[in-house]
Design a protein around this ligand. Structure first.
Ligand code: PLP
Length: 385
């Protein structure tokens, strides 16, 4: 019987060290590996910028969770996100959605200005098919649910359009995690994650992940480029990430339950213009989300304040349990005014606050946000509430 994701995660694929019987995986520090007298590397490792035993278990676990053929870990989500674009011929045409993680969007805009890649950005995911040019577009990039509106893009429909035009589909599935969505099952060619977020989950590792549906020439080029570019994951980070992943299923379940409870609680709040969360039945992409997400709708949501930008900034200033910080997918809840972080030209509405919902008690989270929206500052957690 094939083990379920929960079992694969808790037991790190059932790992037992062959020589010692240790259940906790080792930290492999060596940067270089011995050759045979005939100059071969029979164990498959030569130099740790190309391949490392520190990554092997982690990469096998990630490939297994995503239902892919192989995985690569890298030194950050950005290192992973930019690699497929770097593997394209100069001047290639790519299609993305405008609403997505701003770092990837800004990097693509830079590449477009330099003429390295020609980028068409769809204002709405429904406009993506119309921007794909048959035999010209090389890559379609989507993020689902997408930062920070958490709109969902139909992966299967987008994959069909991309493939009909001869393009590859890459999905940034950071927010969904491999537990809630497996994009390869919906037709994606590559899946990308910022491992900094839910996969590691404890806010102490910067990492990136790519998983491929199949081993082909494009994948071989990504493997080659990772070694050449050198933005690789250090052994301690790989070990910490693997350790964090052992509880991924528990964390994702709790974050998703808390986020849904918050979204439902605040959905009709008179001081909010809207709550953006794909798990709400009123969400515009709820049906898409239901089709491609199982076991929850993730731990990310945004709220838009009826009082506009100044009210949004005040709410962010008043919270005490939520922490004002960037990033997402950790055990603690975070809040952020995204428009001011992203700066000029951002498509993010100024009245929007992004929430990364953690695993705290739901009553503490609801109470904190309620008080902040109602205009009261509350006692800080741990200071004698
Ligand atoms: N993709 C998404 C959806 C993200 O949220 C982030 C980071 O916030 C990234 C990519 C980039 O990842 P990293 O910060 O690990 O480079």
């Amino acid at each position: 019987m094939k083990a379920r994701p929960e079992t694969l995660l808790a037991q790190v694929l059932g790992h037992v060290d062959e020589t010692t019987g240790a259940l906790a995986p080792p930290v492999h520090l060596s940067t270089t590996f011995e050759r045979d007298p005939d100059r071969d590397y029979p164990r498959g490792y030569s130099y740790s910028r190309s391949s490392s035993p520190a990554w092997s278990l982690l990469e096998r676990l990630l490939a297994e969770l995503e239902g892919g053929a192989e995985a690569l870990v890298l030194g950050s989500g950005m290192a992973a996100a930019t690699l497929p674009f770097m593997a394209l011929p100069p001047g290639s045409h790519v299609v993305t959605q405008a609403t997505m993680y701003w770092g990837v969007r800004s990097w693509l805009a830079d590449q477009d200005r330099r003429g390295a890649i020609r980028v068409s950005m769809a204002d709405h995911p429904d406009d993506i098919p119309g921007l794909i040019r048959p035999d010209e577009t090389r890559l379609v990039w989507i993020e689902s649910p997408a930062n920070p509106t958490f709109r969902c893009t139909d992966i299967a429909a987008t994959a069909a359009c991309a493939h009909a035009a001869g393009a590859r589909l890459v999905v940034d599935s950071t927010v969904a995690t491999p537990l809630l969505t497996r994009p390869i099952e919906h037709g994606a060619d590559l899946v990308m994650h910022s491992g900094t977020k839910y996969l590691n989950g404890h806010g102490d590792v910067l990492a990136g992940v790519l998983v491929t549906a199949r081993e082909d020439g494009f994948w071989a080029e990504l493997v080659r480029l990772r070694a050449m570019q050198g933005a690789v994951l250090g052994p301690f980070e790989a070990w910490l990430m693997l350790r964090g992943m052992r509880t991924l299923h528990l964390r994702v379940r709790q974050c998703s339950q808390n986020a849904l409870a918050l979204a439902r609680h605040f959905e009709n709040h008179p001081r909010l213009r809207s709550v953006l969360y794909p798990g709400l039945t009123s969400a515009p992409d709820h049906e898409v989300a239901r089709r491609q997400m199982q076991g929850g709708f993730g731990g990310m949501l945004s709220i838009r304040l009826a009082g506009g930008e100044s009210e949004a900034r005040k709410v962010a200033a008043r919270v005490r349990v939520f922490k004002r910080a960037t990033s997402l997918g950790g055990v603690e809840s975070l809040i952020e005014h995204r428009a001011s972080i992203e700066g000029e030209g951002t498509p993010v509405p100024p009245d929007l606050l992004r929430l990364s919902v953690g695993i705290e008690h739901i009553d503490d989270l609801v109470g904190d946000l309620e008080a902040a929206i109602d205009g009261q500052a509350r006692a800080r957690v741990g200071s004698g509430r």
